[in-house]
Ligand binder design. Structure first.
Ligand code: S3P
Length: 169
């Protein structure tokens, strides 16, 4: 079976859904941001603050290329990974691309207790979420499977993904 690649905006549940998939399939879950933090020994906020977003995107691409070589894994990507075609091309070579979706209000609720998302550190995070969702919509829509996550548990979403890819217990 191909790797399962989770894409989608911040707060759409990629990490939680990835954990459920990992549990069901017995596959490792690799979170691209976590791997970057481990490799660089800096938080995502520090990378954005000290090196800037452009440098972060280069680091992200380098990490995605490395992770994409693995087999039978679930890969949870950062919300902006879809912006580079190069990232999606390499992920698609061995994986099915799943995009998780949620309403702006749901995203705000899910991300509001967390300060580790530099792009949402503004006075009006809801406006920022709506603006970024609009800009990114065409990129998220390039996924092979698109699923709404509002009002659904991570387990429910994971089961929907497995059903869509035709996996049988
Ligand atoms: C980003 C999403 C974050 C992280 C970085 C940039 C984005 O990941 O990669 O803060 O551009 O949407 P999550 O989607 O896991 O929060």
């Amino acid at each position: 079976m191909r790797n399962i690649v989770l894409t989608g905006f911040m707060g759409t549940g990629k990490t939680e859904v990835g954990r459920e998939l990992s549990h069901i399939l017995g596959w490792s879950m690799i979170d691209v941001d976590e791997e970057i933090v481990k490799a660089r020994k800096m938080t995502i906020n520090e990378i954005f603050g000290k090196l800037g977003e452009a440098a972060f995107r280069d680091i992200e691409t380098e990490m995605i290329k490395k992770i994409s070589e693995r087999r039978n894994v679930i890969i949870s990507t950062g919300g902006g990974a879809v912006l580079r075609q190069e990232n999606m091309d390499v992920l698609r070579q061995k994986g099915v691309i799943v995009c998780l979706r949620a309403e702006a209000g749901t995203i705000l609720r899910r991300t509001s207790s967390d300060n580790e998302r530099p792009l949402l550190q503004t006075g009006d995070p809801l406006a920022r979420i709506k603006e970024l969702l609009e800009i990114r919509r065409p990129f998220y829509e390039g996924a092979d499977i698109i699923l709404d996550t509002d009002e659904k548990s991570p387990l429910h979403v994971a089961e929907e993904i497995l059903e869509r890819i035709g996996w049988k217990r």
